[in-house]
Design a protein around this ligand. Sequence first.
Ligand SMILES: Nc1ncnc2c1ncn2[C@@H]1O[C@H](COP(=O)(O)OP(=O)(O)OP(=O)(O)O)[C@@H](O)[C@H]1O
Ligand SMILES: [Mg+2]
Length: 416
Amino acid sequence: MGQSNKASGGGATAQPRATVFTCLYKQLPKRLHCRLIRGLPPLRPYRWKGGLKMMRMLLDPTRMSREAESLHVRLQKRIVGQDDALRQIVDVYQTFLSGMAGTRRPVGSFLMLGPTGTGKTRTVEALAESLFGEARAVIKIDCAEFQHSHEIAKLIGSPPGYLGHRETHPLLTQESLNQFHTEEVKLSLVLFDEIEKASDSLWNLLLGILDKATLTLGDNRQVDFSRAMIFLTSNLGAREIDALVRPNLGFAAGLANDSSHVDTSRAGKIAHAGVGAARRIFSPEFLNRIDKTIVFAPLGEPELRRILALELEAVQDRIHRAVGVSSVGFRASRAAEDFLLCEGIDSRYGARHLKRAVERLLVAPFANLIATGQVGSGDSLLVDFDQSTARLMFLKETKDTACGTVSPVPPQAMAA
Ligand SMILES: Nc1ncnc2c1ncn2[C@@H]1O[C@H](COP(=O)(O)OP(=O)(O)OP(=O)(O)O)[C@@H](O)[C@H]1O
Ligand SMILES: [Mg+2]
């Protein structure tokens, strides 16, 4: 308070703005202070600096911007059970949005490890869908196609004078990198899938991209990767991870434990197994250039059940596209879902096995029903499980005009 007298003695004829604001602010009832600045924590007591009344506000550096938050929500709708991976990607996106991403480096580089069919590739596609509206808005390099050094020419083109120089159009040009940019998002997504299969020359190429965000093409043009997120995926360590989780996977185990698929201590061991395997294969200078190493967790029954729901939505979309505007609607009973899950769970193949089961047991019969005209525009179907034959049955539901209820057409009329 002693300080307060000293400052007011300074004779403020034209009061600085901060002082005017603090006076007005002080006159408000205390309970309004927080509401005045919505969403921000309360102001700290005043203190004096250079003759001005100062306020201190406690800030929240963990808060996400609205754009980053909305990206997170869109990703969560598409990707199941990999929240750590999503969070790390969104954090990097937030850094990019704020303009704080380092210069002369890619916006972010991620090494994604983990068992097959757990969503590594799908996560990058889902990011493209969420940012640009289509899953194909990613430059995807399938490293299995670059197992020999000479194949690198497909990426960077051949130097002038070499045979076929004019015929090889490099994949990684600046134009191809920028092709999906929009007014709002000037960001490129580059995916090197199954990186462990790449040849040494692709590794060396990657070292330059990850380190300096530049690539020199065969004709000496430079490609700038400083507005790119680079994703590398690999199955390394998948076998060790599988051994850690196998006893707890499977349909029966999943039903018994409906909570989370991997407890925290096991999650730590899984991450350790993944990173350990990567260390054995990748050189330290390579791993040093990666910003984040993410180990995708194996999927258990609760996650696969949610993925099944996504797959059923995808099947409905396919029917819409096949049949047209007033399409065929379908719903699956819980027993039918259980059956699909039972058929589609195999810890070795993750969600891939489930997708195959949906294709075989649902999509193929639907295709038959549509092709043979048993269902058409406006029809609605119920997919149920028939205990006696241990198969799915397809029931067309029609309105019973007499009593106004919906009654299924007998199954024999709908044999798929
Ligand atoms: N976590 C997940 N959330 C939603 N869908 C998933 C998830 N994991 C897998 N899927 C489904 O399974 C399919 C295969 O997954 P994906 O290609 O991402 O596997 P992967 O981890 O890249 O496996 P691989 O190492 O064999 O390439 C995806 O297209 C998606 O439909
Ligand atoms: Mg993949």
